[in-house]
Design a protein around this ligand. Structure first.
Ligand code: SF4
Length: 357
């Protein structure tokens, strides 16, 4: 291997793209670019990045921005929770950390919305810490070059890729090395038909020398996912609604949710229109709307969910298991991301004003 890092480094000097976030070692700007790139491809991300940094050039300006303004800059990227998390994190840094971005991997990782990969990128580029960053491009490159047959989806696989990535990390300029690895994977060791004959690593590349480039990274059969159908009920009774707490050994234990009807099959609109769930049996109800279906994918299950908006009389009480709350206080309860997505989609004014869609 073992001039691997220097070969990558020489290649990077010649071939790196001229990207705006490469011109800086400012942790704030690197963090912003990484969060944007989680949402979109590099070409599209450039414009978002430039506009974002023009409006919010530093922690202070982002911390003091209005959330609506931040979300506007995010428009079109999707997953608005990422933008909200960035805003919350900027405020946290500004208010609690004297406006100074944390300067080491573990403190960066502790920030809301920051995962191991982003923490490694920021720590290595901005603070010169030797933290390997394994994104999809680096994973493919390592799998092929070293002939690693593990899956990145398993704990064992993650450890192995991280071990190898750490082993080849040079003592000097870890940030440049991380970027070079990602760029090499993105431009040279491409997912389909990489040009191995023109590759400076081909002499020592395992996959190339075993004529098995197409077999790496190894594809693992996906775990069979079970499909579940969730019908949540937002029951409005003046300013009140109800939540329930999830218990048992299921997903989202101890989180709160609207009263749920779970079905093993999909229920049609006409069925939902005339059907009254058990927790409302004794209550007169008025159906206001049924949201479109939201697909929520977890590792072993797919959830297809809808939010049904009903109105009922003030005397109604769906049962002691359900917790009556003032509708506006819903934001005080920890709810699954799926319900936030449903609220965004359902466009129920009482809820959207709380979640500011
Ligand atoms: S020789 Fe081919 S498979 Fe190996 S690192 Fe280079 S581009 Fe990737």
């Amino acid at each position: 291997m073992h001039n691997f890092p220097s070969i990558i480094s020489v290649w990077y000097k010649k071939n790196q793209r001229d990207l705006p976030w490469r011109m800086t070692t400012d942790p704030y700007k690197i963090w912003v670019s990484e969060i944007i790139l989680q949402q979109t491809r590099v070409n599209q991300g450039i414009n978002y990045y430039i506009r974002f940094i023009e409006s919010f050039p530093d922690i202070k300006s982002l911390a003091q921005a209005k959330e609506d303004d931040v979300l506007k800059h995010w428009q079109g990227l999707g997953y608005y929770s990422r933008a909200r998390n960035m805003h919350v994190t900027a405020r946290h840094i500004w208010n609690n950390l004297n406006g100074i971005f944390p300067d080491n991997y573990s403190d960066i990782l502790a920030l809301k919305g920051v995962g191991p990969y982003t923490a490694a990128i920021v720590a290595s580029i901005a603070f010169g810490q030797s933290c390997p960053a394994v994104d999809g491009n680096v994973f493919r490159l390592l799998a092929r070059y070293f002939g690693i047959r593990e899956s990145l989806a398993t704990g064992k696989g993650k450890k192995e890729f991280l071990r190898v990535a750490t082993e080849i990390m040079p003592a000097k300029h870890p940030g440049i090395h991380n970027q070079a690895m990602m760029e090499f994977g993105a431009l040279q060791c491409t997912p389909k038909s990489p040009n191995c004959l023109a590759c400076p690593l081909s002499l020592s590349c395992y996959a190339f020398n075993h004529q098995s480039v197409e077999s790496f990274p190894v594809k693992f059969p996906k775990v069979k996912q079970r499909t579940r159908y969730f019908y949540y009920y937002f029951i409005k009774s003046k300013n009140r609604t109800w939540l329930e707490k999830r218990t048992g050994n299921d997903i989202w234990k101890n989180l709160f949710q609207f009263p749920l009807l779970e079905s093993t099959t999909e229920l049609t609109d006409s069925y939902l229109t005339s059907f009254k769930p058990h927790f409302l049996e004794d209550c007169p109800v008025n159906l206001k709307s049924i949201s479109p279906t939201i697909k929520h994918v977890l590792s072993h299950q797919i959830i297809l969910a809808r939010l049904i908006h009903l109105e009922t009389e003030t005397s109604c009480q769906p049962g002691s298991h359900y917790i009556p709350i003032e509708t506006h206080s819903i934001q005080l309860f920890a709810i699954p991301r799926l319900i936030e997505k449903l609220i965004e989609k359902a466009r129920i004014p009482e809820l959207n004003s709380i979640y500011k869609v």
